[in-house]
Design a protein around this ligand. Structure first.
Ligand code: UD1
Ligand code: MG
Length: 494
């Protein structure tokens, strides 16, 4: 039988810090990159190694963070840190909370809620090395050009890791060390529990340092080792908004590159932003200045962009979406949208359909092959198949208090500037004349006209605007024709 859970005993995510340098009312770990909060990224990486338990330590803006965790990882155990400061104390309270439920044995992994690019693969490698070497502690490290601020990795002459010295507590010589502590570790649960009981706050910051566990573990005979990563982005945290945007750009660079390797053409990676949650098929083409957010999915051979921003939009095979701003919409296979189109939630465009230039749509289902080509608004409506909505058509769906539905059948042809005053139904195959204001239902196959008869008052300009350029030109144009001013009326024309 395959064991239900092959991952470590627990992952503890540290997230109690204040993050004051963000200068934000939003807790630091709730700031987003790639369409997901930093803590959301951290939890996904933690979950990907399949731990039996997952705890997250909170304190600053605790309620806001807890509410967010309900959305992103409701199964995570939320642990409140007390007044004793430091990463060691944070892990200690988490361990106590987890132990209270069921005494932990085996590997306990510690990560940070503000290190969003850490991958599940690197975490898995850390755990695998830790368990293969039967270490007491395995720390993830990186070698940086500028190690200022980080805890430095202390090694003996034979290269074995002997401890970590915090920047503020380090000597001149130690400050020259460029190998730094990422703050991500794998511990043996028993070693961690015993060592934390001996960690004091006797240091320059008056905190319980988790880093002290390394030397304590060695003193009691445990093996301490490091996994050195060459990918510094994976261990980088965001402390301010400058670092947040740098991490966001790097995450995006990685996401876009991964999609290109998976068969997506991205013409300009530098101006293409793709959330981690988006999915794209092979042979999709993304043109410059395009942003794809949320649960957006794009099927094979579709072309998206340029200058397009889509959130939670589903795009069918071979569709084109040009210079469009959309959210919560579904675009059928081989359909066309844009340019300059605003798709609002509930827009469903059928296969081979079209929503053209300067159209706004909302809550509208448009059948296969139907076209809304230019200048209009379609909201709270249902349109059948192979219907052609003329230029400038509008569904007047709002009476000032309530929204009403417009139902338009299949094979309908509407004249320019038709207004549908909802609630109203237009039957299959009906036609409307230009400027029709449809207030009552139109039966199938009928022609609907609501325009008043046209009246031409001849000579009106000469009589009412004498001496103007218009009058001059009118006079020149009419000098050969009859001189008696008259009014003519014509019948309605569709
Ligand atoms: C810590 C490490 C340092 C390492 C660096 C990497 C210690 C003593 N030092 O330093 O060796 O190079 O991270 O970034 O561990 N946190 C809590 N509760 C606390 C304090 C911190 O949950 O009481 C959380 C923070 O929210 C953060 C993480 O722990 O996610 C690290 O805290 P931070 O204050 O940034 O640690 P550093 O002093 O930078
Ligand atoms: Mg600190």
């Amino acid at each position: 039988m395959i064991p239900e859970n092959t991952g470590p005993a627990a992952v503890i995510v540290l997230a109690a810090g204040a993050g004051t340098r963000m200068k934000s009312r939003t807790p630091k770990i709730l700031h987003e990159i790639g369409g997901r909060s930093m803590v959301g990224h951290a939890l996904l990486a933690a979950r990907s190694i399949n731990p039996r338990r997952l705890a997250i330590v909170v304190r600053h803006e605790r309620d806001l963070v807890a509410r967010h965790l309900e959305d992103v990882d409701p199964a995570a155990v939320i642990v409140d840190q007390d007044d004793i400061p430091g990463t060691g104390r944070a892990v200690e309270v988490a361990l106590q909370a987890l132990d209270a439920d069921q005494h932990l044995t085996g590997t306990v992994v510690v990560t940070y809620g503000d290190v969003p690019l850490l991958s599940g693969e690197l975490l898995a490698e850390l755990v695998a090395t830790h368990e293969r070497e039967a270490n007491a502690v395995t720390v993830l490290t990186a070698v940086l050009d500028d190690a200022t601020g980080y805890g430095r990795i202390l090694r003996g002459e034979d290269g074995t890791v002997t401890g970590i010295r915090e920047h503020k507590d380090s000597s001149e010589a130690e400050r020259l060390i460029r190998e730094v502590n990422s703050g991500i570790y794998a511990f043996d649960a028993a070693v961690l529990r015993d060592a934390l009981a001996h960690v004091t706050t006797d240091n320059s910051q008056g905190e319980k340092y988790l880093t002290d566990v390394l030397s304590l573990a060695r003193e009691s005979g445990g093996r301490v080792a490091a996994v050195v990563t060459a990918d510094r982005w994976q261990v980088e945290g965001a402390n301010d908004r400058v670092q947040l945007s740098a991490l966001g750009a790097e995450l995006n660079r990685r996401t876009v590159e991964a999609w290109m390797r998976a068969g997506v053409t991205v013409v300009d990676p530098a101006t293409t932003w793709i959330d981690s949650s988006v999915t794209l098929d092979e042979d999709v083409r993304i043109l410059p200045n395009t942003q794809l957010h949320g649960a957006t999915t794009v099927a094979r051979d579709a072309v998206v962009g340029p200058d397009t921003t889509l959130t939670d939009v589903t795009i069918g095979e071979g569709a084109t979406v040009t210079r469009t701003h959309g959210s919560g919409a579904v675009i059928g296979a081989r359909a066309a949208v844009g340019p300059f189109t605003y798709l609002r939630p509930g827009t469903v465009l059928g296969e081979t359909g079209k929503i053209g230039a300067f159209y706004e749509t909302k809550n509208v289902t448009i059948g296969r092959g139907s076209k809304l080509s230019h200048l209009g608004y379609a909201g709270d409506a249902e349109i059948g198949e192979d219907t052609n909505i003329g230029c400038g058509n509008i569904t007047a769906n709002y009476d000032g208090e309530k929204k009403h539905r417009t139902v338009i059948g299949s094979g309908v042809r509407t004249g320019s500037n038709t207004v549908f005053v909802a609630p109203v139904t237009v039957g299959d195959g009906a036609y409307s004349g230009a400027g029709a204001v449809i207030r009552k239902d139109v039966p199938a196959g009928a022609l609907v006209l609501t325009v008043a008869a046209q009246r031409n008052t001849e000579g009106w300009v000469a009589a009412n605007r004498p001496g103007t350029r218009s009058a001059e030109l009118a006079q020149a144009a009419t000098k050969d024709s009859s001189s008696t001013p008259a009014s003519t009326e014509e019948g309605n024309q569709p």
